[in-house]
Design a protein around this ligand. Structure first.
Ligand code: ADP
Ligand code: ADP
Ligand code: ZN
Length: 215
């Protein structure tokens, strides 16, 4: 299965992708994580992408399409993928369809996670992440023991430089202008299921599992 998680910054895509990995045999592919790794490693791609990400704008299509193609080929043709944060433009969605067709695969389901703007800003401002990749929130998802990761026991957490109110506003603008049209694109293909992302994390997990039945 190939599942696309679509939703604004802070909707819970990363949180739900990690949950899906735990519950099902699926692999998360996050272009945001790949780009941040490239920035940290100081590669050519990282140098190009870093400044754009700091402003909250979208990185050019060809760069992210290349990343996704590489990972799909590396991880194996039969793998179940969760695409988290990709595609984000019509150009990316069309390129993905072509890329999958060449590999005799297709997007099976697109889950749209809907959340109000005010809630998104609160989620982004309170977000922090463990070294192991587990995501947390100051209010909505605190570690069981303060300062210690539930998943790996680690104590090193980071906050993203683009998780400020100002940059989030720019990211939301990019989402509405460039990514929302994808909902219509996938509706035409009959692949969209919407979930109420305002609900608690576990309720959203149940809704997503429900939307995946029969796929
Ligand atoms: P995205 O990947 O869509 O940007 P995240 O999964 O990183 O979003 O979630 C953003 C923040 O909101 C994180 O701090 C996360 O712990 C928290 N969060 C995720 N889902 C929910 C939810 N359903 N209710 C409250 N907070 C949530
Ligand atoms: P979030 O879901 O919280 O908005 P991501 O981690 O998915 O954040 O993305 C962080 C940043 O990385 C985006 O603001 C954008 O600059 C860049 N990025 C990630 N995925 C894409 C993509 N598919 N196309 C273009 N830019 C992307
Ligand atoms: Zn951890």
């Amino acid at each position: 299965m190939i599942l696309v998680l679509l939703g604004p910054p802070g909707a819970g895509k990363g949180t739900q992708a990690k949950g899906l990995e735990d519950r099902h045999a699926m692999v998360q592919l996050s272009t945001g994580d790949m780009l941040r790794a490239a920035v940290a490693a100081g590669t050519d791609l990282g140098l190009k992408a870093g400044a754009i990400m700091e402003r909250g704008e979208l990185v050019p299509d060809d760069l992210v399409i290349g990343l996704i193609a590489e990972r799909i080929d590396a991880d194996g043709a039969s793998e179940n993928f969760i695409l988290d944060g990709f595609p984000r433009t019509i150009g990316q969605a069309e390129a993905l369809d072509r890329l999958l067709e060449e590999r005799k695969r297709t997007v099976d389901r697109v889950i749209v996670i809907a959340v109000d703007d005010d809630a998104l800003v609160a989620r982004i401002i309170g977000r922090f992440t463990c070294e192991c990749g587990e995501g947390y929130h100051d209010v909505f998802k605190k570690p069981k023991v303060a300062g210690v990761c539930d998943r790996c026991g680690g104590t090193k957490f980071t906050r993203r430089p683009d998780d400020t109110e100002e940059v989030v506003r720019a990211r939301l603008k990019a989402y509405y202008a460039q990514t929302v049209p994808l909902i219509g694109y996938y509706e035409q293909q009959g692949k969209v299921a919407s979930v109420d992302g305002m609900a608690g994390i576990e309720t959203v997990e149940k809704e997503i599992d429900e939307a995946l039945k029969g796929v």
